[in-house]
Design a binder for this molecule. Sequence first.
Ligand code: GRF
Length: 190
Amino acid sequence: VRVAILISGGGSNMAALIDAAAPADAPYEVVLVLSNDPEAGGLAVARSKGVHAVAIDHRPFGKDRATHEASLQAELDAASVQVVALAGYMRVLTPWLVGRWAGRMINIHPSLLPKYPGLDTHARAIAAGDSEAGCTIHIVTDGVDEGPILAQTQVPIVPGDTPASLAQRVLEAEHALYPRALADFCRTLD
Ligand code: GRF
């Protein structure tokens, strides 16, 4: 299955997904990385791993999300992409692009959904006194962080945790979960 990864930042999840696809019998290959931020560190990481990586800066498009997304879609089409994996892509997608990829776009979110959709998940979990946090892989639908859940990993919240220390623990869980969940998802499409 030909996969594209959409990023906005450092791309540590992207790197984990690319690395996990190295074995010849892997059920997916990463054929494209797209970023809305030309400064995203993940672009260079992707290229160092031999993956075609393209930045399409959203800022020149202003409020015109549709035209920005049409540019993303053109890249996805050009690379014959079959599945899109969001990995720290920090733009909300319009119903047009979500609909175009219905059932073929997945996302990673750093909370145990349905708890804490949106931003600042770790601070919210600590403030609530939760004993567990974690990460979720879900199918992307119009509602942000609302689609059907494919997989989750729980991690403990320990005394003295800060949002940063918890984020680090969750991120390590993300790096293990996302490649496994994407592989399982792609196997269901064959
Ligand atoms: C991850 O925690 C992801 O769940 C969240 O943003 C972070 C991206 O990190 N949406 P990276 O770019 O994969 O390192």
